[in-house]
Design a protein around this ligand. Structure first.
Ligand code: SF4
Length: 892
């Protein structure tokens, strides 16, 4: 494709914490194209499948375009006045803690900064928390306990310099794909680099691992306390570093020694030989980076796990050095920016501490604030409990969907429904949360708003607008400032541009900061509009010239062995590994929740992309074959997963990659995409006692086969309205929509059902019924075009999904072609490609298997033959797995 460089806008991907640079271009006809920014230091031009498909997610379908009060369209003035007056009145009548903001790692730093300033500096409460609480709060707490500050010492370069990378609870291949690709590329250059994956599941990340430790759920603290004890026993400590730069080592080692090797093996479910191999490798490899994410953080002992990892790095002096250190990678695009502005209920702005009176006074003077919060506010789970019991009477939710993403989601939905006043700022008119808002405020979306985000390696990058906001949509910072002004705080919220907000945020970070605080971007204090417009990605700290030793040079935190504790020493944390049994005879399995490759959070954006929706098109549960057999569940059955909190219906995927005794299901599906797929209806409000982060990866559950009387699959041009059946899951495809179906009851009139799905009253129907065999196929044609096709069978429907969806885009002039659809078969000249593996080039599993059989036994050879894996590369690990599974056959 020819790209006009001059008209491309440099921006940043809005999905994961890798923070890839994106070049977006709008053609004269309004067509948007995106590609990776070759000059961005996070990705050097790479994008994963989600980033590559960004242009497919920016249409106006479903957008909230105007402010609404109780579903009635109104203007901004009325909506903002109502929000401001209701919040002011609630504070006046019930005190500042009767109101709350629930915000998001999707907000830009400038939005986040103003929301935090309003709540903590002028409302006088710290009741502002963020969905980042669900993502990495345990890392924040662990950093603060060990370092005295929330400092991420690692950088992406370290991953390429390391000799050993330990990935803990991190499916990098799917959740941080560009980092995975960077590691895979480094490993290709230096095959001696070793990679260990610690994960209960054999995820796609295992593809590049030398060792996969299929650890028991929540066994990580035992694994790393066991490692500390082992390092102690085997004289593998850096005693000089421990003495010079740390405190608390003796207690930490004593606590860690509570378990001997056999005890660690029992607690982790790993063999002693596996443990010794891992421990020996760690001990012998100075350049070790331990990468961890939600598998560590989303736990009732998440903070202890983080500190167990950090302890091992402190004990070996492997921190603050190139290619060595603990490294928390964040889930969201601006989780780090939220931390910087104090978007969490227990932090103040600019990494200052809310409990510290000196910090509070400093922030009060800087903001000239009328009411600085005196104590930490309610963390996410506590916040919605306070909404439920009536302590919070006015709630403003910004850029997030807690009805789907919070644990115990049904209870959260009930709480929101009961709240006297709920405001939601969102880009969409219809989400599971927006439907309960009294006031809906249309927010500008990615591509329409300006600001900054911070990625996992502390790199601040600009998100730039390249589209005009539609309707009356406005940036979040503008909405917050307008409400603040109407609440009487106009002087402090007089900002007219995001540049002004960023300049103030930067100034606060450098205010009275003589190097005692890690977060300092004082270099950009009061940045002017022009400099902000052209701001290049940079890593913090970036103190003002002369305001610190470093100026604008890259800084390696902790290189000098100094930390942000009062005595300058890092703190070991004494951790006793605990094992907790949550299962019971009624709920004998452990449910692990997470993400998939091609969807993001609650699918409000990725669900718009046909390309992203075809990789995995319905909610599913991974079950080990033994567990599946015990529960009488076959592949592709519909399964009811239940917990004491609720139940969902999902498709069974039986795989030995899953650990026996545990099941895995993704968290993306909502009421907008499935009949009963909201996974967080099952999770519990159990949290880590230090960080308040919910234990989303360890939920007691049971599985049962859903006794479907019939299964179905349908494609259709128009999105169906109400789908009247027990199980349905809808996904976008190129020519329209595809729906998976299962029926608990006997339905006799399948033609009428098809008519209700297709919304094509004038269509010509072609049908085949074999009542005895339970087979029914109905196709509806509008002229030469297919309006919809429905396939019903007594078991999971064996029709190629890709082929069926493709028929929506083709012309069906002859009766023979139409009957072929009713037959549910492609002609012999068009073999079934199988389930999509490569979304970029629409390559299916059957095509890859055929290529392997023809002698393509490397990912590169598959790429040459089919192009699969040659664009974003997100599917390369799956291709490799398919090759491995079929290689023997190919060699025979
Ligand atoms: Fe976006 Fe993918 Fe990069 Fe994450 S890895 S920032 S989702 S392109």
């Amino acid at each position: 494709m020819e790209i006009d460089e001059a008209r491309e806008v440099r921006t940043t991907c809005p999905y994961c914490g890798v923070g890839c640079g994106v070049l977006a271009k709008v053609a004269a006809d309004g067509q948007v194209t995106v590609r990776g920014d070759p000059d961005h230091p996070a990705n050097f031009g790479r994008l994963c499948s989600k980033g590559s498909a960004l242009a497919e997610t920016i249409d106006l379908d479903g957008r909230l375009l105007h402010p609404e009060i109780h579903g009635r369209r109104t203007d901004w003035d009325e909506a903002l006045d109502l929000v401001a007056s209701t919040f002011s009145r609630t504070v006046a009548e019930h005190g500042p803690d009767a109101v709350a903001f629930y915000v998001s790692g999707q907000l830009l730093t400038e939005d986040y900064y103003l929301a935090n300033k309003l709540m903590k500096g002028f409302v006088g409460s710290a009741n502002i928390d963020t969905n980042s609480r669900l993502c990495m709060a345990s890392s924040v707490a662990g950093h603060r306990r060990a370092f005295g500050s929330d400092t991420v010492p690692g950088t992406y370069d370290d991953l390429e310099l390391a000799e050993l990378i330990v990935l803990v609870g991190s499916n990098l291949a799917w959740c941080h794909p560009v980092l995975y690709q960077r590691i895979a590329a480094a490993r290709e250059k230096r095959p001696e680099m070793k990679i260990v994956l610690v994960d209960p599941r054999r995820t796609m990340t295992a593809d590049i691992a030398d060792m996969h430790l299929a650890i028991a759920p929540d066994g990580d603290d035992a694994l790393f306390t066991g490692l500390l004890a082992w390092l102690g026993r085997h004289n593998a400590l850096d005693r000089a570093y421990i003495t010079a730069h740390t405190t608390g080592f003796g207690q930490a080692l004593f606590a860690a020694s509570a378990l001997d090797l056999a005890g660690v093996a029992a607690a982790t479910g790993l063999g002693e030989d596996e443990l010794v191999r891992f421990y020996s490798l760690f001990a012998a490899t100075a350049k070790t980076v331990t990468v961890y994410s939600q598998g560590v953080n989303q736990s009732s002992s998440g903070t202890d796990k983080v500190n167990a990892i950090i302890n091992c790095h402190l004990a070996t002096g492997r921190i603050g050095k190139p290619g060595a250190g603990p490294f928390s990678v964040t889930g969201q695009p601006n989780a780090m920016g939220g931390r910087e502005v104090g978007g969490m209920a227990n932090m103040l702005a600019a990494h200052m501490e809310i409990e510290n009176p000196v910090h509070r006074d400093r922030v009060r003077r800087f903001w000239n604030a009328s009411a600085v919060a005196e104590k930490p506010g309610l963390k996410a789970v506590e916040m919605f409990q306070a909404v439920a019991d009536g302590r919070i009477k006015a709630l403003w939710i910004m850029a997030t969907n807690p009805v789907d993403s919070m644990p115990d989601a049904d209870a959260v939905e009930t709480a929101i429904k009961s709240c006297p006043f709920v405001v939601v700022s969102d880009v969409l008119a219809r989400t599971d949360t927006v439907r309960h808002a009294h006031v809906r405020l249309p927010a500008a979306a990615w591509g329409e708003k300006d600001g900054t985000v911070t990625n996992s390696e502390r790199r601040i990058s600009r998100q730039r607008s390249f589209l005009t906001a539609p309707g009356e949509a406005r940036p979040d910072w503008w909405i917050i400032a307008e409400v603040a002004r109407r609440m009487g705080f106009g002087e402090a919220f007089a900002h007219e541009t995001p540049a002004e907000i960023f300049g103030e945020h930067a100034a606060l970070s450098g205010f009275e900061n003589d190097g005692a605080r890690d977060f300092d971007i004082g270099f950009y204090a009061g940045v002017d509009a022009e400099s902000y417009a052209s701001l290049e990605p940079f890593q913090w700290p970036a103190p003002r010239p002369g305001g610190g030793a470093t100026g604008r040079q890259p800084v390696r935190f902790f290189a000098d062995g100094n930390f942000y504790t009062p005595d300058g020493k890092a703190r070991f944390i004494a951790i006793r590994a605990t094992t907790e049994t949550r299962t019971s005879p009624d709920f004998p399995l452990i449910l692990n929740t997470g993400r998939i490759r091609d969807h993001w959070h609650t699918m409000t954006r990725t669900g718009k992309s046909p390309r992203l929706s075809q990789h995995i098109a319905e909610p599913f549960v991974e079950i080990h074959p033994v567990d599946a057999r015990q529960h009488g569940i076959g592949d592709a059955d519909i399964v009811c997963i239940s917990s004491p909190r609720g139940d969902v219906l999902v498709r069974a995927l039986i795989t030995p990659r899953q650990r026996q005794g545990s099941v895995f299901a993704p968290m993306h599906w909502t009421d907008q995409f499935a009949a009963k797929g909201r996974l967080d209806a099952l999770t519990t409000p159990l949290t880590d006692p230090v960080s308040g982060q919910p234990a989303l990866k360890h939920v007691a559950a049971r599985i049962e086969r859903f006794a479907a009387k019939a299964f179905g699959f349908a494609v259709m041009r128009e999105k169906p309205g109400l789908v009247d059946t027990s199980y349905w899951a809808i996904a976008k495809c190129r020519g329209g929509w595809r729906v998976e179906l299962a029926f608990a009851d006997d339905t006799t009139d399948w033609t009428a059902f098809a008519g209700s799905l297709f919304d094509a009253p004038l269509a010509e129907m072609l049908a085949y019924h074999d009542g005895d065999a339970g087979q029914h196929r109905i196709a509806a044609f509008d002229g030469n075009q297919l309006s919809g096709a429905l396939f019903i069978a007594p078991g999971p429907v064996a029709v190629s999904r890709g082929w069926a969806a493709q028929q929506l885009e083709e012309i069906h002039a002859s009766q023979r072609e139409r009957f072929r659809i009713v037959a549910g078969r492609a002609g012999a000249e068009r073999p079934d490609a199988g389930a999509t593996v490569c979304s970029c080039f629409n390559v299916g599993v059957n095509q890859i298997v055929a290529a392997v059989a023809a002698g393509c036994t490397t990912v590169e050879a598959i790429g040459n033959a089919l192009k699969a894996g040659t664009n974003c590369g997100s599917c390369r690990s799956e291709i490799r797995a398919i090759i491995e599974a079929n290689r023997v056959q190919a060699a025979e």
